[in-house]
Design a protein around this ligand. Structure first.
Ligand SMILES: C[S@@+](CC[C@H](N)C(=O)[O-])C[C@H]1O[C@@H](n2cnc3c(N)ncnc32)[C@H](O)[C@@H]1O
Length: 333
């Protein structure tokens, strides 16, 4: 070793340690097993910043549960959604993810295969129901599962490729261990969570044509019913509710402690079913939109906290990992 080499060597060691520490501090958020219309993927950072300390976590309107998968897991967790097909699929991801792929038997995303699983394949048991649901979710435009609007929407350049499905399902399965899964109406869930539980509440939108996206959707009266149930439970639980930012919603929740206007960017990939011109299989094509919502909380927060990566960082990371999630503009499908 020459004179001076030892000093350089130590400097290098120090730099490696600092890099390791920095890496540890940047949180890697994990992703939902599903693509989900109205999912909160691009708003995760903003939502995570507002979540208070808790030991019991619940999502009464879980959908793709992108917040559950992104946040730190706590001791007790409950995911609920009225959509039984979705919850049945979560159940198999939790218990035996590899069986889902065994049923799919190497099926590759294509219009023909999408048509097969959507219209021809008749599941004879719950595992087959789960496999059908999973395949259609991964290969449909924006993960929209509502029968009339469930179109083929897979593109190699931005969708998760089938060779990555198993690993991703296994990661999700680990996260889902010991999580309570139910397909109840939200009222039963909110009335039954224990005192001091924290609930992330993401109901169907108030003004959007939500019956186009979801198999289970809301009438106006149900938005008012949710408001009554939350008010009744407000002093024994903490909740963060997200909604489209309308005057009626603001008035309805005049009683809640904190309201935050929030905006984020998101990307929408267009399939050839939606747009003429260059087709998905010929490359990636996207438009940028702005999500604008109101967060309604029954507790106070320190809004100066910023612990997570920016939306653009997250988007770049997902592009690199070939797993872009699509989101649909609220009023314009
Ligand atoms: C906006 S989505 C939730 C999206 C989710 N936060 C995500 O990140 O993917 C609303 C969900 O509410 C569910 N839903 C509709 N009516 C319901 C009800 N009465 N009780 C429970 N869930 C319901 C729908 O099936 C849908 O999955």
């Amino acid at each position: 070793m020459r004179k001076g080499d030892n000093g350089e060597f130590m400097k290098m060691g120090l730099l490696i340690e600092v890099a390791k520490e920095t890496k540890k501090k940047i949180k890697k958020l994990s992703n939902s097993p599903f693509r989900y219309a109205g999912g909160k993927f691009y708003a995760r950072k903003l939502i995570l910043e507002c979540i208070p300390k808790h030991t019991y976590y619940c999502e009464p309107f879980a959908g793709g549960a992108s917040i559950f998968f992104a946040k730190d897991k706590v001791r007790h967790n409950w995911l609920n959604d009225l959509d039984e097909e979705l919850i049945n699929c979560y159940g198999f991801i939790q218990r035996s993810p590899e069986h889902i792929l065994k049923v799919l038997n190497g099926a590759k995303p294509s219009k023909g295969m999408h048509h097969h699983f959507k219209n021809m394949f008749k599941p004879s048991n719950n595992l087959e129901r789960a496999a059908r649901w999973y395949f259609l979710n991964r290969t449909s435009y924006s993960g929209i599962m509502q029968q009339q609007n469930c179109y083929f929407g897979y593109g190699d350049k931005y969708s998760m490729r089938p060779e990555n499905w198993l690993n991703h399902l296994k990661t999700c399965s680990e996260r889902l261990q010991n999580v309570k899964l139910t397909a109840y109406d939200f009222e039963k869930v909110i009335n039954n969570v224990p005192d001091n539980a924290f609930l992330f509440i993401d109901p169907p939108y108030f003004n959007a044509d939500q019956e186009k996206f979801y198999c289970c959707y809301f009438s106006k009266e149900e938005h008012y019913r949710l408001n009554r149930v939350l008010k009744k439970n407000a002093n024994r639980i903490k909740f963060l509710l997200t909604y489209d930012n309308t005057e009626e919603i603001r008035n309805m929740y005049a009683w809640a402690l904190t309201k935050l206007d929030r905006e984020w960017n998101y990307v929408l990939n267009r399939t050839d079913d939606q747009k003429n011109g260059r087709k998905l299989e010929h490359g990636y094509r996207s438009n940028r939109y702005k999500g604008k919502e109101i967060f309604i909380l029954n507790y106070e927060i320190d809004t100066s906290l910023k612990r997570f990566k920016s939306d653009d960082d997250i988007r770049r990371e997902r592009l690199r990992s070939n797993d872009m999630e699509e989101q649909i503009p609220l009023l314009n499908i």
